[in-house]
Structures are given as structure tokens and as C-alpha cells.
Design a protein around this ligand. Structure first.
Ligand code: ATP
Ligand code: MG
Length: 436
């Protein structure tokens, strides 16, 4: 019934102002400015996407996107503070100080031969700058809940795909044929998991159904895009729910193959406990507005793979130090095949791993050198996670807790023995997980 509605010629439902909660008060002044200016110039212009969805749910939108009948060039003529960006999607950014309003021209999803559209053999979209009308624009969006339009013409919400009802029912439903939509853009599978985790929506059965089978298509997605999507999945405050969603829909094997493999190989389940514990603490940090770093996140996510590789190499007779370095390199290189993890994150990630084996040493010089390492706080936070999950690091945690929390005058580990009178002040170790 519903599928028939979505695939049939589009039917418009108008939800008038008195039947929805969206008020201009909740929309940024600059966004309203853009909407009114476009409208005064004779173009159609609506607030669209995540912002409309979030406002209907009573949530504060992360950003405001505008869709319009004006072309990017026409938008540029209307706003002095406008720059055109993008190749895959040509977009106008209207810049007001730190706020950027993204203005996109209505686009179509099917090719009538008039536009600039390229499709791969497998059905994947490479570029799609085919302009269209608002109905076309609604149809090419991913989920019904993301395809609602709010207009300042009469303050109504316009719904071409049944999205209003789905927001009320808290259902995530792909527009059109799910398999075809995933083939066009496999990242939509991750978006389904992410948005259901973030919003607490259920994924409609027909939308979730093909995911386990189509998950391998993710390997065709651009690695840089997957990296961005990973950050949204795991650093937006709902990492645990995202991880469980990825597992449930069979996406972990394609996204983090080595992790999926090593979790299966780890019969005790201890490695999974560390992952979940780490994500829980990441979510708590975000809820408390504390900084989180991609390097720490990836150190956590890939830790099971690192441990597995390390054990394998050591079993082959390699020395611990050599094995650690090789395991870190191997895991990083393998992961780079799917997700483009920039070096500014992969290097500190590896360091967090390599420092883990150094917490057990008690030799004064080594302790001191480790205490001065710029990554010590991140590495110690990581040690804490391992301790919470396995309870094997209690002694090291106590020892290092003292060192890292000593006040300035006695921050040196040798300060209370025969070296104590040196009089040199030590740098206080108050590094947190470094924001990157
Ligand atoms: P968030 O609140 O996390 O930003 P969002 O839905 O706004 O969620 P964006 O990535 O900001 O997500 O995308 C804005 C809008 O663009 C979406 O609401 C959707 O309508 C459309 N969109 C984004 N990605 C896709 C995609 N891969 N396929 C089709 N439409 C998409
Ligand atoms: Mg958004």
C-alpha cells in the first residue's frame, strides 16, 4: 500500500501551520533571510531535509538546508556573501559570519538526457547535476522523513512521499525501490543505521531487508566519504546504538572487516566489551560537551584487530616490540582500503596502541620518559577503558593515576626519593584527549 504510494506519480499533502509545530522562532534568522530573499525574487524556496525533520521532532537542527528553484548562479546573483562549491553536487553556500546556509537547486534523480549525470555500470551515481522541480527533488532524497519541505509562503509543510506520517510513526523508510537506491549510493545503508540510532527511529522492514545482502557494495564507496560517515556514526553521541545497528544489519564485515573477524575469533567476548565500554564513554563525553578525537575513536574501533594481529605475529616468534609495530602497520594499511583515515589521525592512533605495553614498566627513567610523552593522557584514557572492560590493568591504572594527577611540585616520579631535592619544576600533566 505504502510502496505503491511512494512509487506512484507524486501526490502532495499540505500540512497547514496549525497542524504542525514548526515555528519561525526555531529557524535561524539568516536562514529566514535566505528564504525570504529567494521568494521575493520570484523563486520557490523551502527549508528541507534534516532540519524540517528535527523541528517536527522537537529537536534542535544541526544546520539548515534550503532547496530552491533558483540555479546556483542565480543564487549567487542574489547574495553577495555567496560562494559556489562542489562537483558531485553543485551547491551555493551563503555565508553569514560563522553560519553557512547551504542552498541547493531542486534536482531530479532520473536522467532525461538534459543534464550532467553519470552512472556507473553497477548503477552508482557519480555526478548528478540534473535540475528538476520540487517533486523530483523530493523523490531523489533518501528517506521519507528527510524529504519534507517547509515554506515561508504560507508556513506549511509540503509532503510528497508520506514523510510526515513516518516522522509521527518514527519510521525510517527509503523513497522508491530500496535495492536500487542502495545500488545508486551504498552510503545510504550507513545513513539508515546512523539516523535510526540518532533519532530512535525503527528502520522499515522493506528498507532494512536488502542491507545484509548489499552490504559488500560499501567497498565501492569513496573511502574519504566513508571516513566522514564514520565520524558521524561514532562521534555524534550515539556510538553504541550505531555499532549495534551495524552489527545487526551485517555492515560491520564490509566497513571494518578486520574488526568483525577478530571479534568473532575472540571467544571470551572481552574485545567486544572494550569496544562497547569505549563507545559508552565516548557517548558520555559528547553528552557532557567534552572533546573527543578521531584518533582515539579509531584506536578503539580497531583495537580488536590490533590485538589479533599482535597475537598472531608473536605466535610466529616475533619479538614483542617488532610485533607491535608490524601489527599496527598491518591493521592501518588494511583498513585504509575501505576508509580513508588521514595520517594526522592514524599516527596518533598507532601511538596510543604502542604506548599500552609501556604502562607496566616501573623503571624510573622509563616512567619518566613515558610521563612526558605528549600522547600519555590519551594512552592512559585508553588504559582505563581496557581496565573497566577486563579488570586486568588495575595496578598500572593506580600507579599512573597517581603520576598523572600529582600537583606541579611533585609531578616527577622520583620527587620523593633521593632525587627529590633537584628543585626543577615539572610540567604539570593535564593533557586531555587532544581535540583534533
Ligand atoms: P543530520 O541531522 O545528521 O545532518 P541530515 O538528514 O540532515 O541528518 P545531511 O547529510 O545533512 O543529513 O543531508 C541533508 C539532506 O540531504 C537529507 O536530509 C536528505 O534529504 C538529503 N541526502 C543526504 N544524503 C543523501 C543521500 N545519500 N541520498 C539521498 N539524499 C540524501
Ligand atoms: Mg543535516
Amino acid at each position: 500500500m505504502r510502496t505503491a504510494l511512494i512509487n506512484s506519480p507524486v501526490s502532495l499533502r499540505i500540512i497547514p501551520r496549525d497542524q504542525h509545530p514548526i515555528s519561525r522562532k526555531d529557524i535561524s534568522v539568516n536562514t529566514l533571510r535566505v528564504l525570504y530573499r529567494l521568494q521575493e525574487a520570484g523563486f520557490a524556496a523551502c527549508l528541507v531535509g534534516g532540519a524540517v525533520r528535527d523541528l517536527l521532532l522537537g529537536r534542535k537542527p544541526k544546520d539548515f538546508d534550503v532547496a530552491t528553484s533558483a540555479t546556483p548562479e542565480q543564487v549567487k546573483q542574489l547574495f553577495r556573501n555567496c560562494r559556489l562549491i562542489g562537483r558531485r553536487f553543485r551547491l551555493a553556500h551563503v555565508v553569514f559570519g560563522r553560519e553557512i546556509i547551504e542552498v541547493a537547486t531542486f534536482r531530479a534523480n532520473d536522467d532525461d538526457g538534459s543534464g550532467d549525470r553519470k552512472v556507473h555500470d553497477g548503477g552508482m551515481l557519480v555526478r548528478d547535476n540534473v535540475y528538476g522541480n520540487i517533486e523530483d527533488d523530493a523523490m531523489r532524497r533518501d528517506f521519507t522523513a528527510n524529504a519534507l519541505y517547509y515554506t515561508v509562503e504560507d508556513f506549511s509543510v509540503r509532503d510528497y512521499v508520506g514523510g510526515f506520517e513516518d516522522v509521527q510513526g518514527r519510521v525510517l523508510r527509503l523513497i522508491g525501490d530500496p535495492e536500487q537506491r542502495y545500488r545508486e549510493d551504498p552510503v545510504r545503508m550507513l545513513r539508515a543505521v546512523r539516523l535510526s540510532a540518532k533519532l530512535g527511529f525503527t528502520i522499515d522492514a522493506a528498507t532494512a531487508g536488502p542491507i545484509p545482502r548489499l552490504a559488500p557494495l560499501l567497498s565501492e564507496a569513496a573511502p574519504a566519504r566513508l571516513f566522514e560517515e564514520m565520524l558521524k556514526l561514532f562521534l555524534s553521541g550515539h556510538a553504541v546504538a550505531s555499532f549495534e545497528g551495524l552489527e545487526r544489519l551485517g555492515l560491520l564485515d564490509s566497513l571494518l572487516p578486520q574488526v568483525a573477524f577478530s571479534l568473532r575469533a575472540n571467544r571470551t567476548g572481552a574485545l567486544r566489551s572494550i569496544l562497547i565500554e569505549g563507545m559508552r564513554s565516548t557517548d558520555a563525553r559528547i553528552a557532557a560537551a567534552e572533546p573527543v578525537s578521531p584518533a582515539f575513536l579509531f584506536a578503539l574501533l580497531l583495537w580488536p584487530a590490533y590485538c589479533h594481529a599482535l597475537a598472531t605475529l608473536q605466535a610466529q616468534g616475533m619479538s614483542p616490540e617488532e610485533a607491535q609495530r608490524r601489527a599496527a602497520d598491518r591493521v592501518t594499511l588494511n583498513q585504509l582500503q575501505t576508509i580513508a583515515l588521514p595520517r594526522r589521525f592514524s599516527l596518533p592512533m598507532q601511538e596510543i596502541w604502542l604506548l599500552q605495553s609501556r604502562f607496566s614498566g616501573r623503571q624510573r627513567k622509563r616512567v619518566h620518559r613515558l610521563a612526558g610523552n605528549p600522547r600519555i593522557r590519551a594512552a592512559y584514557d585508553f588504559l582505563l577503558l581496557r581496565q573497566v572492560a577486563s579488570n586486568d590493568q588495575a595496578e598500572d591504572v593506580v600507579f599512573w593515576h597517581e603520576i598523572l594527577n600529582k600537583p606541579v611540585e611533585e609531578a616527577s616520579p622520583e620527587s620523593d626519593n633521593n632525587n627529590g631535592g633537584s628543585g626543577r619544576r615539572r610540567r604539570r600533566l593535564v593533557l586531555t584527549v587532544e581535540p583534533e
